[in-house]
Design a protein around this ligand. Structure first.
Ligand code: GLC
Length: 647
C-alpha cells in the first residue's frame, strides 16, 4: 500500500507516473516538521537495516553515515564523500517496522542515517515543497516492487549493449579506433562496442564530428559495423559558444539556453571552454536538443552516452571574476599570500553551489532557479535524447546511458557509476551500488571496469572484469593520461579472452534476468537479506549478491588474494568456468567456505534445485549460437528463458 503526502507546492518532477491520491500530512511512521525547512525523523530499532539511495557511497546497509542527494561531478569519491552523480531518494527501513520512503524533491536533501545519533534517521532539506510516499508491504522486496510500479518500467537497451565495450578518453581519430578493433579482433577477445569520448568532436562541439580525424564518418561507422562493432559517441551537456556553430546560434535565437536573472544566457565553462546549458527542463528546448541526435543517427550511430550533465561547471564568468578580484591584491612578488587562499579559491570555482543559483529554467513561462531543481538536469537531458529517438526511429532500441540521474530517468536510459579510480575499494563499491540502483529502477548499469582515474594493474582489471561479467553494462574505460588498459595491453591475453568470454557464455542468462527484472518491476541484483530475510548471517553480508532467481555472485575484491570467504545461506552448486573452457561443478553445504578463485577463473553459485542456460563463447553478441545452449546446475531444474519475443 502506498500513501502520498504533499507539503507546500512541490515541483512536478515526473518521477512518479502513477496517479495516487493525497493522504494528508501525517504519515504512519516518524515525525514531520515543516517550518523554515522540512524534516522527517524516525527512531530506528537497534537492529533496523536501511537500504536504498541508489548511486550512493558506502555500504549496502546505509546505516551509520550521512548522504546528500545533490548530483555532483566528483571524480574522487573517497569514503568521506556524501554526494555522487545521481539523486535517488528512495529508502527501505527493515526491522521493527518495515516500510519504504520516497522523498520526491529535486534539490539537495540530506539523509542522516544514524550519523548524528546512532538510532535516529532524519531526512531534511531547505525547501518545504515536496511529496513524500510511504510504502507498506510484506518485505523489503515487496515494498521495492510497489515503488518500481509507480515510477514506471525500466529502460531496455538493444541486445548488443549486453556485450563488452572498450572505452578510453583520448581515442581521437580513425586509426585509434581501428587499433582498438584490431587489438580485440586479432586477439579474439570478444567486443561489441567502442566508445567515442570527446575527442571525436570538432573542438568539443556537440553533434559535430571532426572531419580531419574522420574524413568519411558514415563509411567508418559502417566499416566498424561490418566487424560487428558499434561506435558509441559521447554527448556533453554544455554547448560551445562559437559564432557560426549552428547549435549555439539556434539555441540563442530560440531562447533555449538557461538564463541569468537579467535574461542573458548563463555561461559555464566545460571541455569546450565557455558554453551555454540547454534548458533541459523546458519541454520545447528539450525537444529541440533531442532532435540534434539525429545527425549522428543518420551516420549509422545507434547508441550514446550523455555526460557532464549534473551539469558540471568548471567555472562561470561570475565565479572567475570573483576569484580574479580576490587574488588581485596578492599578484605582486613581494606580497605574501595567506595559507590556502590560492588553492582554495581556485578549487572552489568548479561545481560551485553559488553558480547553481545563478541561472534559471523556463518552465511553462515561469522562471525556476536552477538549484531548486538541480537534480533533474541529467534526467531531462537523457529524456530529451530518448524522446527524440522515438520520433527519429519509432520502435528502435538505442543504447543510452547517462552520468547524472534522478528517479524517473530509469525509464529513458541507464547510468554508469561515474569517474571511479583503479582502486580495489571501488571494485567493492561497484558491487554495493548494484542492488540499491536496481531498487530505484536503474537496471542498465555498471562501473568503469579497471577503474577510470589512476593506473590499473593486470590483477585488478581481471578481478573487476570477473564482476563485470555479470553487470548489464560491461565497459572498460580509462582517463586520459592513465596507463593503457585495453585487455590486449597485458600479458597472457588468453586470460582476458576467457573471462570476457564467460560473459558471452552467460549472455542468455544475463539477458533473460534483465528482461524479467524490467518487465516485472523486479531487481536483477538483490542483497542476500532480500532473499533470506530470516537468516541473520545472510542479512550481514555486504560483498555477495543474488543475481536473478538462480545464482549468487561473490567476486574477489582484494589484492593478492587467491580466493575469498563466501557465506552460503543454503546448499548451492559452486560453478567454476575454467580457463580451458570446461565448467566444474561442486555441491557445497550451507555455511561458510573459503573458495579458491584463480585470476583467470569466473566462479559463482547456483541455488539448489535451479539451473541456468549457458552457450558457447562468441566474439560478439550477434555471433552467439543459440543451438549450443545447455543448462548447468540441477538437471531437474526448470529455467524460463526470456528473449525479445517476451517484449
Ligand atoms: C568525464 C566523464 C568521463 C570522460 C571524461 C572526458 O570525466 O565522466 O567518463 O572520459 O569526462 O569526456
Amino acid at each position: 500500500m502506498i500513501q502520498k503526502y504533499v507539503y507546500g507546492t512541490p515541483f512536478n518532477t515526473e518521477s512518479v507516473i502513477a496517479d495516487i491520491p493525497c493522504a494528508g500530512q501525517s504519515p504512519a511512521y516518524g515525525r514531520i516538521s515543516v517550518g523554515q525547512n522540512f524534516c522527517f525523523s524516525y527512531q530506528m530499532g537497534k537492529k533496523d537495516r536501511i537500504y536504498g539511495l541508489g548511486e550512493a557511497n558506502r555500504g549496502i546497509n546505509k546505516r551509520g553515515y550521512q548522504y546528500t542527494s545533490f548530483c555532483s561531478d566528483d571524480p574522487n569519491h573517497t569514503e568521506s564523500k556524501r554526494s555522487l552523480y545521481g539523486a535517488h531518494n528512495f529508502i527501505v527501513i527493515c526491522g521493527d517496522n518495515t516500510f519504504g520512503l520516497y522523498f520526491d524533491y529535486p534539490s539537495a536533501i540530506t539523509f542522516d542515517i544514524g550519523y548524528s545519533s546512532p538510532d535516529l534517521l532524519t531526512v531534511s532539506c531547505e525547501g518545504t515543497d515536496l511529496t513524500l510516499y510511504v510504502i507498506d508491504g510484506e518485505s523489503a522486496l515487496d515494498i521495492t516492487k510497489q515503488f518500481r510500479e509507480i515510477i514506471g518500467r525500466s529502460y531496455i537497451p538493444p541486445k548488443f549493449a549486453f556485450g563488452f565495450g572498450q572505452s578510453r578518453w583520448g581515442y581521437a581519430d580513425e586509426s585509434d579506433f581501428q587499433k582498438v578493433a584490431d587489438g580485440y579482433r586479432n586477439n579474439h577477445i570478444p567486443l561489441d562496442m567502442i566508445y567515442m569520448d570527446i575527442d571525436y568532436m570538432k573542438d568539443y562541439k556537440d553533434f559535430t564530428v571532426d572531419s580531419d580525424k574522420f574524413p568519411d564518418f558514415h563509411a567508418f561507422v559502417e566499416e566498424m559495423k561490418s566487424k560487428k562493432i558499434h561506435l558509441i559517441p559521447i554527448i556533453d551537456a554544455g554547448v560551445k559558444i562559437e559564432k557560426g556553430y549552428d547549435v549555439y546560434e539556434e539555441g540563442c535565437e530560440k531562447g533555449y539556453f538557461c538564463k541569468r536573472a537579467d535574461g542573458s544566457d548563463f555561461v559555464g565553462a566545460v571541455w569546450p571552454g565557455r558554453t551555454h546549458f540547454p534548458d533541459m527542463i523546458n519541454p520545447e528546448a528539450r525537444a529541440w536538443f533531442g532532435q540534434k541526435y539525429e545527425r549522428l543517427i543518420s551516420e549509422g550511430i545507434d547508441g550514446f552516452w550523455n555526460d557532464m550533465n549534473e551539469p558540471a561547471i568548471f567555472y562561470s564568468d561570475e565565479g572567475l571574476a570573483e576569484v580574479r578580484k580576490a587574488l588581485r591584491p596578492y599578484m605582486d612578488d613581494d606580497v605574501e599570500i595567506p595559507n590556502f587562499l590560492l588553492g582554495d579559491k581556485v578549487d572552489a570555482l568548479a561545481n560551485s553551489p553559488e553558480d547553481y543559483k545563478r541561472f534559471y529554467h523556463n518552465v511553462n513561462g515561469k522562471m525556476i532557479r536552477h538549484d531548486k531543481v538541480h537534480n533533474l538536469y541529467g534526467f531531462n537531458m537523457t529524456r530529451a535524447a530518448s524522446e527524440a529517438f522515438e520520433k527519429i526511429a519509432p520502435g528502435k532500441r538505442f543504447l543510452m546511458f547517462s552520468r547524472s540521474s534522478y528517479i524517473g530517468m530509469h525509464r529513458y536510459g541507464g547510468i554508469w557509476m561515474g569517474d571511479n579510480h583503479s582502486w580495489w575499494s571501488h571494485l567493492l563499491l561497484n558491487l554495493k551500488m548494484l542492488p540499491s540502483l536496481n531498487m530505484c529502477g536503474f537496471l542498465y548499469t555498471g562501473a568503469d571496469l579497471g577503474g577510470f582515474g589512476s593506473d590499473t594493474t593486470r590483477d585488478l582489471l581481471l578481478r573487476w572484469l570477473a564482476l563485470g561479467v555479470f553487470t548489464p553494462l560491461m565497459r572498460n574505460h580509462a582517463a586520459l593520461g592513465t596507463r593503457e588498459q585495453e585487455c590486449y595491453q597485458f600479458e597472457d591475453v588468453e586470460d582476458f579472452r576467457h573471462v570476457i568470454g564467460v560473459r558471452y557464455r552467460l549472455l542468455p542468462y544475463i539477458y533473460s534476468e534483465y528482461l524479467k527484472a524490467a518487465l516485472n518491476n523486479d531487481m536483477m541484483f538483490k542483497p542476500l537479506a532480500f532473499e533470506y530475510p530470516d537468516d541473520e548471517m545472510a542479512c550481514q553480508v555486504e560483498d555477495q549478491l543474488m543475481l536473478g532467481n538462480e545464482i549468487m555472485i561473490a567476486p574477489v575484491y582484494t589484492q593478492n588474494a587467491d580466493g575469498r570467504y563466501v557465506y552460503l545461506p543454503e546448499d548451492m552448486a559452486c560453478i567454476r568456468f575454467l580457463p580451458d573452457g570446461t565448467i566444474a561443478k561442486e555441491t557445497l553445504h550451507a555455511g561458510h567456505h573459503y573458495i579458491k578463485i584463480a585470476l583467470n577463473e569466473v566462479v559463482f553459485f547456483i541455488r539448489s534445485g535451479k539451473c541456468i542456460p549457458v552457450v558457447d563463447a562468441a566474439e560478439s553478441v550477434d555471433d552467439i549460437q543459440m543451438d549450443t545452449l545447455q543448462y548447468i546446475g540441477d538437471p531437474e531444474g526448470n529455467y524460463l528463458l526470456y528473449d525479445d519475443k517476451n517484449l
